[in-house]
Design a protein around this ligand. Structure first.
Ligand code: LLP
Length: 437
């Protein structure tokens, strides 16, 4: 997080608060967010992409307070389930600021979205077009939709591939003609209003040429649809996926660079296609919330584990793990860590930061040099955990999920409280009265 510095005695401070005091008051593990950093990243995206709309991807992290901040900073929110929709609505976010995603939205979810006046629903299958048309007709409204298309561009960290077909569940294939068929069906449904096309090519992307190819393919389809159907599509949504620096090896673009690059491509392409430039939208999640947050853990045990070559690796076990950050185990993601509660002049020791769960894959940080004197009671901070950590957290091993704390001007606000054993037992009708002790 931006507002992180070391105090005179070597302990980390975030936005004016000492991590030791945060840990004392709120316990560990905890996700600690810098509110000012969050707001300025959100604002930077809104400003850089304007007049394009920025819909924050709620799947990266969402709670009511963050939803309100986003609206205050001029963003909309992309929700991808009825649950995310419920959070946004509970925050008082106006329906028109919301966009609904999902490859398998239920009829109940569609009904809630239509009733809430959700501004855009991104349709993802033929069944869904029929279902949504029926839901909108019943509600007596004309629902604005985008058609999600699969452009044959798939991007992953540090690379992208452009292929003729894509073997994945999202969207309508362009090459197979499904996208144009979806457009015809939407146009034939009086209760649906086609606003444009949508594409999302992947996540944690650094190579902007993937976005460029996607934008060009999207616009040429956009132009063809306009021509063939004699209509104007007013919008185009290019999705999210902008990468962030998890380690010093990553070198992300700024919102300004991303926006400028995209705008240039779109304008050039539209000129060549001789079409009006559509109103654009993007859906960044990680790039806004990821860097604003670190996870604060307390060290419990330190083990010098013998490696094959006679060397040893320091295993530093913390009081959380794969239940609060599954990304290392799931994606082989790289994180860093730093000793947060003090400074140390001990030599660096190659360390692996592991959790408290009952499996050996429970690794938070694969490799990091921590001071050789790291010990029980020390606090560690793992930065870059704002996106897809709390939102993908689980109760594995019946571990309650950590709180999300926002700090501003030295003051800590609880965005989500820590779960308790009672929260878990409440779901279990077999738990006796002692369960609620
Ligand atoms: N729009 C759509 C349609 C998406 O599917 C996603 C992410 C986004 C926007 C936001 O992408 P972002 O800007 O946050 O990269 N759990 C994975 C990431 C999966 C993202 C899925 N969709 C992770 O932890 O890296």
């Amino acid at each position: 997080a931006q507002g992180v510095e070391r105090g005179d005695d070597g302990a980390l401070r975030v936005a004016g608060a000492d991590v030791r005091e945060i840990a004392e008051a709120h316990g560990t593990p905890a996700y600690v967010m810098d509110e000012t950093d969050f707001r300025s990243r959100a604002r930077a995206f809104a400003a850089a992409f304007a007049p394009a709309d920025v819909f924050y991807a709620g799947k990266s992290f969402l709670c009511t307070t963050v939803a309100r901040w986003l609206v205050e900073e001029g963003l909309g929110i992309d929700v991808s389930t009825g649950g995310e929709l419920a959070v946004a609505l509970a925050a008082g976010v106006p329906g028109e600021k919301l966009l609904l995603h999902g490859n398998n939205k239920s009829v109940a979810e569609l009904r809630r979205a239509v009733a809430a006046g959700v501004g855009r629903i991104v349709v993802d299958s033929f069944e869904e077009i029929d279902r949504l048309a029926e839901v909108a007709r019943e509600a007596g409204v004309q629902q604005a939709v985008l058609v999600r298309v699969t452009l044959g561009v798939e991007a992953h960290t540090h690379e992208f591939i452009a292929t003729a077909h894509e073997d994945q569940k999202f969207g309508f294939s362009v090459s197979a003609g499904d996208a144009e068929e979806a457009v015809r069906r939407v146009l034939a449904a009086p209760a649906l209003e086609l606003r444009g096309l949508h594409s999302h090519i992947g996540s944690q992307i650094f190579d902007t040429s993937g976005f460029e190819i996607a934008a060009r393919r999207l616009l040429s389809l956009h132009a063809k649809i306009q021509r063939d159907n004699g209509i104007v599509l007013p919008e185009a949504d290019l999705g999210g996926g902008f990468g962030i620096a998890y380690t010093t090896a990553d070198d992300p673009s700024t919102p300004q660079e991303l926006a400028k690059g995209l705008r240039e491509i779109v304008e050039r392409e539209c000129e060549q296609l001789d079409i009006a430039v559509p109103h654009l939208a993007v859906e960044p999640g990680r790039a806004i919330v990821g860097p604003t947050t670190f996870t604060l853990y307390e060290v419990g045990t330190v083990k010098q584990v013998a490696l094959d070559a006679g060397a040893r690796r320091q295993y530093v076990a913390v009081d959380g793990g794969m239940s609060d950050n599954i990304r290392t185990a799931l994606y082989d993601a790289s994180y860093s860590a730093t000793l947060a509660s003090r400074s140390s002049s001990a030599p660096p020791a190659l360390s692996r930061i592991v959790g408290k769960h009952c499996e050996s894959g429970d690794v938070v940080v694969k490799d990091e040099f921590l001071p050789a004197d790291v010990q029980a009671g020390d606090l560690l901070a793992v930065p870059g955990t704002g996106a897809y950590c709390r939102s993908m957290a689980s109760n594995y091993n019946a571990v309650p999920r950590p709180p999300v704390l926002a700090v501003r001007d030295g003051q800590v606000q609880v965005l989500l409280r820590r779960e308790t054993d009672d929260d878990l037992l409440r779901l279990d009708p077999g738990a006796g009265p002692q369960g609620a002790a």
